[in-house]
Design a binder for this molecule. Structure first.
Ligand SMILES: Cc1ncc(COP(=O)(O)O)c(C=O)c1O
Length: 396
């Protein structure tokens, strides 16, 4: 298999279609999909050398697989990361990272507005191993400083947050982490490297749910962890024996997803901004959340650390749940589903779905009110999307 050509100094769009490619002796143009659980050796000596790490090469797909390697190398090139390891899902990535870098007695600082399963993992699972978590407000840098303890080993954030698009000042938080020796982990699922480069802003580790924009077409689950060679080597050793590995099939699908990532995310983000600006002009809409809107409380910070606002728009309809459900149910184009990052626009009522298990008082306090609707804007024509939402607005 020949190595890829030198790809240093190339732009994002070029890396997305070229980085990571490896060719077999057949010289295929498109990347091959390696659906094989194990690899064969020419003789016993080579087998022994591979197992002893004395010779590079593939052994078994729980450890490494060429389709997975290609996906990892392409994503690492896009994020500007020294190394990447892929996992079966975003949650598997967070779990593998946590169990690699944390031990009993350690402490995590986590933003209150991260994905719900991340909070459950930290609070209900890692707590069983004597790993504790303090939750802080994403937008208040001083809360990160006050929560820092001598045993804080990991600070975990998502920016922008879901569904209210609050922004974390990644650079300011990274300075606090560096001073305390804690690892700053950024879940970059909403922006992707097309809009935000957390490592350049000072983060140590990036997490991806590749299930979202990296695939971008709602087909497969996947995850990834990106960081230093040293960290990824340790996670590799953990994954090799615990097995949360990405399948070769999914890796191949994700590799193809990356090829169109910047086209999709740029367009989806532009459409989301257009939709958000339109929503802001409507009487029956109380409030719109999108970082690119000048009315967003952290607009200046968002535009400093992100290229664009992203594809997620949330808005509050006057009249609470009744009217929110009317708007959602009247749509004919938008898909009513909690997934996001798809080329097809999805529409969700967070208070009764993604955040339905939160106590009502906490939910309201966090801004997840009954009239809130979240849209993940896809690639449909934006006028068609406005007309689709207008159907519901006409009923209220
Ligand atoms: C921001 C974020 N991180 C992580 C995850 C978990 O990813 P997965 O569903 O691939 O396990 C999700 C899933 O929705 C998410 O939205």
């Amino acid at each position: 298999m020949s190595d890829q050509k030198k790809l240093a100094d190339l732009q994002m769009d070029t890396l997305a279609v070229r980085a990571g490619t490896m060719r077999t002796e057949f010289n295929e143009h498109s990347e091959a999909m390696f659906l094989t659980s194990s690899f064969v050796y020419e003789n016993s000596q080579i087998a022994a050398d591979r197992f002893a790490n004395a010779q590079n090469g593939y052994i078994y797909s729980r450890f490494t697989n060429p389709s997975v390697t290609m996906f990892q190398n392409r994503l690492a090139a896009l994020e500007g990361a020294p190394a990447c390891i892929a996992t079966a899902s975003g949650m598997a990535a967070i779990f593998a990272l946590s169990l690699t870098v944390l031990k009993a007695g350690d402490h995590i600082i986590c933003s209150r507005s991260v994905f719900g399963s991340t909070i459950q993992m930290f609070s209900n699972i890692l707590s069983k191993f004597d790993i504790s978590t303090t939750y802080v407000d994403l937008s208040k840098v001083n809360e990160f400083q006050s929560a820092m303890l001598p045993n804080t080993k990991m600070v975990y954030i998502e920016s922008p947050s879901n569904p209210l698009t609050e922004i974390a000042d990644i650079h300011a938080i990274s300075l606090i982490c560096k001073a305390s020796g804690a690892l700053l982990v950024v879940d970059n699922c909403f922006c992707t490297p097309v809009l935000q480069k957390p490592l350049e802003l000072g983060a140590d580790v990036i997490i991806h749910s590749a299930t979202k924009f990296l695939d971008g077409q709602g087909r497969v689950l996947g995850g990834a962890i990106l960081g230093s060679e040293e960290l990824i080597t340790k996670i590799f050793a953990f994954n090799r024996v615990t097995g949360p590995t990405l399948s070769a099939f999914n890796a191949w699908v994700l590799l193809k997803g990356l090829e169109t990532l910047s086209l999709r995310v740029d367009k989806q983000s532009d459409q989301a901004f257009e939709l958000a600006s339109w929503l802001e002009s409507l009487n029956m809409v109380e409030r719109v959340y999108h970082p690119q809107l000048p009315s967003h409380p952290q607009h200046a910070l968002a535009m400093r650390q992100q290229r664009k606002g992203g594809a997620i728009v949330s808005f509050v309809v006057k009249g609470g749940r009744e009217n929110a459900w009317k708007v959602i149910d009247a749509t004919q184009l938008c898909s009513i589903t909690a997934n996001l990052g798809d080329t097809r626009t999805t529409i969700t009522h967070p208070a009764t779905t993604t955040h339905g298990r939160m106590p009502e008082a906490d939910r309201e306090k966090a801004g997840i009110v009954e009239g809130l609707i979240r849209i993940s804007v896809g690639l449909e024509n934006v006028t068609d999307l406005k007309n689709d939402l207008q159907r519901g607005f006409d009923l209220i």
